[in-house]
Design a protein around this ligand. Sequence first.
Ligand code: HH2
Length: 266
Amino acid sequence: MGVLNLTPDSFSDGGRHADLAAALAHAERLIDAGADILDIGGESTRPGAAPVSADDEMARTLPLIAALRSVSDLPLSIDTMKPQVARAAVAAGATIWNDVAALRYAPEACDVAAELGCQVVLMHMQGEPATMQAAPRYDDVTAEVCAFLEERAQAALAAGVARDKIWLDPGIGFGKTLDHNLALLAHLDAVVALGFPVLLGASRKRFIAALHPAADAPDARAPGSIAAALAGAQAGVAAVRVHDVGDTAQALDVWTAIANAAGPAA
Ligand code: HH2
């Protein structure tokens, strides 16, 4: 899944694809580099980011979704917490609602997801984007993230979302310290064992710079991001949400070939 942020303030690519022509050109680069899905977002969720109105999110994202829909069949995902933005994006041609709030932002979110009939990504976040990194706390981060994801999947199912439309995401960097992120990356198999396809979003995140200070600039974090993507592949995640699509695709192709050459375990 290639990331395409249409925001002035995203932590890694903010402001770079502000007009439609630049965004389309970047989308085409991501597709050429091997993306199977594009994730389009109009609101940054980085710690302390300013909230954006639904109208602004739609003004940023809908023209690109419509333009891409007319030139490509690639699945498009809308990265939003707001049901009305998801509804408009699906009407414009998106088929996946990627929700970092796991259908908790508005009371009608679960019902809207069921009505839209699209795929929905339920992501774990402790707290709110504005304050989530202030003091994240868990007794057992993996168990608590799994319990949360299980509860949100049940809420979606109860509202009528079909089981085969639900994806789960542990929410790397969303209300988590370095140790929390590492524990989750080391135990992704527990998230996979919940029985839904898992999406992993570790690309260019701050924990990489904490482990390797020379990667202070987000666009210097591709190697660390790929290491995390491979940990995800090893654990059986279904997709990785990344900025550096070509480099990640190459790493995954080689990793997959090696895994296949090993054959089934004796
Ligand atoms: N991470 C970000 C945004 N959306 N969605 C899912 N499902 N999983 C993630 O890990 C995830 C996500 C944050 O990254 P980015 O879009 O690069 O930055 P920003 O929120 O500043 O736009």
